[in-house]
Design a protein around this ligand. Structure first.
Ligand code: 6R9
Length: 647
């Protein structure tokens, strides 16, 4: 892509913080000035809120850029900040309310969580796992997934969580790349009332040549599993006779805490490496300030621990702040399409953090589901994963937040470790669709293709000019790729790969991945803006657009649209939607074709896979589909697209 991204979509609605929020919030306006005046001092102050064994003297070591190192001479064990320090005064506080998909429940207090982590940490040591090992964790959303992550951290082993929905092949590749000698898994996981055979997948993934020497299995679904006495251990037997205390390994701030794989759009997945002290600093600070967390909150992040959102905002950030969280094991439509709202009402959730893909699905299912439940406990909502279209924001605000809850639209990545661009709910005036401002201490800017800062109102590339504590340290096993992917596009700046524009107030509006930008008659048009114009129409729940080759305009915009509720698409609606986009953002962005579809192809973390839609539009063979969640929809769209282009 060359040239700036057009700024087409204008959104004027604004929501200043309420007086209550302004008065009581953890973060006030002054935090920006404080961080601006002394960025390193700000981060050092945030880091000192953690428990250190040896306090650090060095804040940032930039002698080997872009291999930045933070708090290098400090030592700590992250589990002491997440567990031990809370016990003296808050041992009986609930860390997790857990609800299984079938409806069974468990609660874990901080004392119980600490004890279980210590037992499993001892158990892992007893079967030969220790400092420097890497443990693959391939589980459903049971409490033991959190216990396993923390038990690894306790003994200084790195974890590599692989999402439980991934195939045996995907698991095999990730185990090999990180040379994992141990796997922690479950017999199975519940998904829409059926058992996903996790242990069976592990057996297939380590069949033949494999570094794996031992497998620990949590009993959950009680399905039959194959067993190798030499290799396999039941979790309940491993923890059975272990003491509930465990000496924590003293770790250097820069030692590896975990690897988490993120699929690049092409090539093999990248093992993103995060370290101890800087990572915990970033997630603890942002959790406190962005979610305005206080002791009495009941917080629910609906992500899976297989994604970075689960690492940072189910496990490390909340626990470092002594939060009480809800974990729900299953899908939002089991047994009914109101399961989430039932959970919010049952536990009195006050802070809800979810993804635009979920919100747009709820829009499709209709307002009757949330309306049936008492959601009055909610006080703050969050969004992460994709740009949230302004209409989806408004729907979330009105139908879930009762028009009273601020929404924090949080932009960040697996690589950034923690939230980078987001409102602070007691400070920021919200604008539907804008992630607003960089977090204090984050030096994010919008630049043109030469790396020059774009003035307010312009569009370009998001970049980060200075290192930050929770940043990735490298790509596991491939430092050159780390440099190449993130640090070579702009001199001395981190390049996340997202398009972004700003408005007259300097607020940031994320425009999607730059790989997805469409070039129509010489104009770079972002997918996000056209999609938001489509979702702005009252009949539309979700939309994806891609550029397909066009002899006249270079690329033409092909749209794929999912309608709300029972609405049926016809030629009349196609004309209406094209007209709607033309009036909302201009004739240049009018889709050349629109296909109605029951669903869109998505990754397993819920992001729209535009690349597949491009393949369909160009009538090409489909590229890599291993990360696709809903394969059946591709054929359906393909036949729909074929029939519509004949019209
Ligand atoms: C946390 C997470 C990262 C990519 C990122 C961007 C997109 C995430 C967003 C957003 C617009 C937001 N993204 N949050 N785009 N607004 N609030 O999702 O990590 O899975 O690594 O994805 O997701 O494109 O570059 P990850």
């Amino acid at each position: 892509m060359s040239g700036a991204i057009e700024n087409l979509f204008h959104e004027d609605r604004q929501f200043p913080p309420s007086d209550d929020f302004r008065r009581a919030a953890n973060a006030r306006e002054e935090i920006y000035a404080r961080a601006e005046a002394d960025r390193l001092g700000f981060w050092a102050e945030e880091a000192r809120k953690l428990v250190w064994r040896t306090p650090f003297q060095t804040i940032l070591d930039d002698s080997d850029a872009p291999f930045y190192r933070w708090f290098t001479d400090g030592t700590l064990n992250v589990t002491e900040s997440c567990l031990d320090r809370h016990l003296e005064t808050h041992s009986a506080k609930i860390a997790f309310h857990w609800e299984g998909e079938p409806g069974d429940t468990r609660t874990l207090t901080y004392q119980e969580l600490h004890d279980e982590v210590c037992r499993f940490a001892n158990g892992l040591r007893s079967i030969g796992v220790g400092k420097g090992d890497t443990v693959a964790i391939y589980m459903g959303m049971v409490p033991e997934i959190v216990v396993a992550m923390l038990a690894c951290a306790r003994i200084g082993a790195a974890h590599s969580v692989v999402f439980g929905g991934f195939s045996a092949d995907a698991l095999r590749e990730r185990i090999a790349d990180a040379t994992c000698t141990t796997v922690v898994t479950c017999d199975g996981a519940w998904r829409r009332g059926k058992v996903v055979p996790l242990k069976e997948n592990v057996d297939a993934a380590i069949d033949g040549e494999s570094p794996v020497e031992r497998v620990v299995v949590v009993r959950r679904t009680e399905n039959e599993v194959e067993w190798s006495d030499a290799r396999d251990h039941w979790y309940h037997e491993v923890v059975a006779d272990q003491p509930a205390t465990c000496e924590a390994e003293e770790m250097g701030a820069e030692d590896l805490l975990y690897i988490l794989y993120t699929s690049g759009s092409t090539g093999k997945p990248k093992g993103i490496a995060h370290s101890q002290g800087g990572y915990l600093t970033g997630v603890a600070s942002t959790f406190r300030n962005v979610f305005d967390h206080r002791d009495e909150d009941i917080y629910w992040c609906t992500a899976d621990c297989g994604w970075v959102t689960g690492h940072s905002y189910i496990v490390y950030g909340p626990l470092a702040n002594r939060a009480t969280s809800v974990i729900y094991e299953g899908t939002p439509d089991h047994p009914g399409q109101d399961r989430f709202w039932e959970v919010v009402a049952r536990y009195g959730v006050t802070i809800l953090y979810t993804a635009p893909t979920a919100i747009r699905t709820f829009m499709k299912w209709g307002t009757a589901h949330p309306a049936r439940h008492d959601l009055s406990s909610l006080r703050l909502l969050g969004s992460v994963g994709e740009p949230i279209n302004p209409e989806a924001w408004m729907w979330y605000h009105e139908h879930i937040g009762g028009s009273r809850c601020p929404i924090v639209d949080t932009w960040w990545q697996t690589e950034t470790g923690a939230i980078m661009i987001s409102p602070l709910p007691g400070v920021t005036t919200l604008k539907p669709g804008s992630a607003t401002r960089p977090y204090p201490g984050i030096d994010a800017v919008i630049v043109d293709e030469e790396g020059n800062e774009v003035p307010p109102g312009g569009g370009g590339f998001l970049a980060v000019r200075s290192p930050w504590p929770s940043m990735l340290r490298t790509i596991h096993g491939d430092p050159e790729r780390y440099r190449e992917v993130y640090w070579s596009r702009f001199d001395g700046m981190y390049f996340p790969g997202d398009g972004c524009k700003s408005d007259e107030d300097g607020d940031f509006w994320l425009l999607g991945r730059v790989d997805d930008v469409m070039l129509v008659s010489g104009h770079n048009i972002s997918t996000t803006e056209v999609e938001s114009a489509l979702v702005d129409h009252h009949a539309v729940a979700e939309a994806a657009v891609v550029g397909r080759t066009d002899p006249r305009t270079g690329q033409a915009i092909a749209a794929f649209v999912t309608l709300k509720g029972e609405t049926r698409g016809d030629d009349g609606l196609i004309d209406e939607l094209r007209g709607h986009v033309a009036t909302k953002i201009g004739p240049i962005a009018k889709p050349a074709s629109i296909v109605f579809t029951a669903d869109l192809p998505k990754t397993r973390s819920g992001k729209i896979m535009r690349r597949l839609l491009r393949d369909i539009s160009e009538q090409r063979q489909l590229g890599d589909v291993t990360t696709l969640a809903n394969a059946e929809i591709v054929e359906a769209i393909r036949s729909g697209a074929a029939s519509s282009s004949e019209d």
